[in-house]
Design a protein around this ligand. Structure first.
Ligand code: GDP
Ligand code: IMO
Ligand code: MG
Length: 430
């Protein structure tokens, strides 16, 4: 059995956690390959809600091994909190089930302080990051100055590396941004306790993945963020600092493309975005409130990680075509179809008007994207509640037509759709 990759096809929060959990029952290993606790993935089982930031969304299946891969950045305090919260709810997170790749990079309090200071210094140009220290940690990785999780196996080397790290970051924090310095001794003591707890979880990630694939087991790579937040293929500079697209799964787990079978793009039936940057189909006022919800429902469009209201708009086919292209998607999963129930008609953006011309694909240049005006086609809506649908035949004809229209417009088949957050609210399309 092969490697299957789940990627976000939009700006994140497409429902990747829900779909990963749903597809994980056939997997031996579920692995996160990029990002850190900027991600917030929700799994809902029999009304019980699990919010995961670092631990792969396969963890609720007792037989699945979960790997935090080398392409991720890990705040050990957050990882331990998440492990403790899951253990308290009876979910096994022992070293037999949960593995941390030695090549993953560690997020420290100095990275978080720098993320804050840098965002503040950008003023109106701020990215709107999650303030989890993601950018500064990947910056250190690229500068070859990062701290890898493998240091947990060598407490003396860890303390030494942290002393050098905090001293360097304090220069930037105090000298560059006029912020208070970080207390190196406190960080060293804190990380010594993390090392003690996390050392038993360390593995050589690429070996673990290779062994599973050689055994013939299925490995499910769980993407975080989304295609448009990718540092190469997203709306740069309003992106994250890693590669959430399918290519990131190769480097982020240490496996080559010959192993990949399916690349499953997850797209919401409309579009949402958190943070700054252009968003051609963005809505405001009552139309936005209708898609966002009030916050009463657990699935309303407020950030899992930050609680920020998400920006929302209609579905954008140029974005999905871009996602198909840069990920080589084999299929799409359309989530939150239930949210569209009750609309008289549903506009879908089929192309853009850019400087008086019709364009079918997402412009690479951000300034051009900001000038794009959506060209909509209005599809008929449906009134029935679809949350109880379990087969394509249970869906109203207009909902089935919506799915077919999206599939044709994106150029990729829709293999599943979801009609609610629950594990069972999932339809295998014909
Ligand atoms: P992720 O970051 O891609 O894993 O997505 P999030 O978990 O941040 O956000 C998706 C939200 O929508 C969560 O609250 C999910 O429980 C919820 N959700 C997922 N699929 C569906 C669906 O089909 N319908 C509804 N109503 N909610 C869904
Ligand atoms: P999941 O995995 C939505 C956004 C932030 C910001 C930009 C950079 O739940 O889909 P960062 O903290 O990464 O430096 O912030 O990326 N962002 C997300 N938006 N879902 C996410 O993850 C996100 N992770 C980062 O809002 O605009
Ligand atoms: Mg999320």
């Amino acid at each position: 059995m092969p490697l299957n990759i789940i990627v976000g096809a939009q700006w994140g929060d497409e429902g990747k956690g829900h779909i990963t959990d749903r597809l994980a029952h056939d997997a031996a290993v579920v692995a996160r390959y990029s990002g850190g606790d900027n991600a917030g993935h929700t799994v809902t089982i029999a009304g019980e809600i699990f919010k995961l930031h670092l631990i792969p969304s396969g963890i609720i299946h007792p037989g699945v091994v979960c790997l935090v891969g080398n392409g991720t950045v890990v705040n050990p305090a957050v990882l331990l909190r998440e492990m403790d919260a899951l253990a308290a709810r009876g979910i096994g997170v022992e070293p037999e089930r949960l593995k941390l790749s030695g090549g993953a990079h560690l997020i420290t309090p100095a990275h978080i302080a720098l993320d804050r200071a840098h965002e503040r210094s950008r003023g109106k140009e701020a990215i709107g990051t999650t303030m989890r220290g993601i950018g500064p940690t990947y910056t250190d990785k690229a500068r070859r100055e990062g701290l890898r999780a493998e240091l947990f196996a060598d407490p003396a080397a860890l303390a030494e590396a942290l002393a050098v790290h905090v001293a360097a970051k304090n220069e930037a924090l105090v000298g560059g941004y006029g912020e208070s310095p970080i207390d190196a001794a406190a960080v060293i003591a804190e990380f010594a306790s993390y090392a003690e707890r996390l050392a038993p979880y360390l593995v050589d990630g690429p070996v673990l993945v290779d062994e599973a694939l050689l055994r013939g087991d299925m490995v499910l790579a769980e993407g975080a963020q989304g295609t448009l937040l990718d540092i190469d293929h997203g709306t740069y500079p309003f992106v994250t600092s890693s590669s959430p697209t399918a290519g990131g799964a190769m480097t982020g787990l240490g496996v080559g493309p010959r192993m990949v079978d399916r690349v499953i793009g997850v797209a919401k039936a409309f579009t949402s975005r958190v943070g700054s940057g252009p968003f051609p189909t963005e809505l405001d006022g009552a139309a936005a409130a209708r898609l966002r919800g009030t916050g009463d429902k657990p699935w309303d469009e407020f950030g899992t990680t930050t609680g920020r209201p998400r920006r929302v708009g209609w579905l954008d086919l140029p974005i999905l075509r871009h996602a198909r292209r840069v990920n080589s998607l084999s299929e799409l999963v359309l989530t939150k179809l239930d949210i569209l129930s009750g609309l008289a008609e549903i506009p879908v953006c089929v192309a853009y008007e850019l400087d008086g011309r019709r364009v079918e694909s997402l412009p690479h240049d951000l300034k051009a994207l900001a000038r794009c005006r959506p060209i909509y086609e209005a599809l008929p809506g449906w009134n029935q509640d679809v949350m109880g649908a379990r087969r394509p035949a249970d869906l109203p004809a207009a909902a089935r037509w919506y799915i077919e229209f999206v599939s044709a417009g994106a150029g990729v088949p829709v293999s599943y759709t979801s009609v609610g957050p629950g594990r069972e609210q999932f339809i295998v399309m014909d």
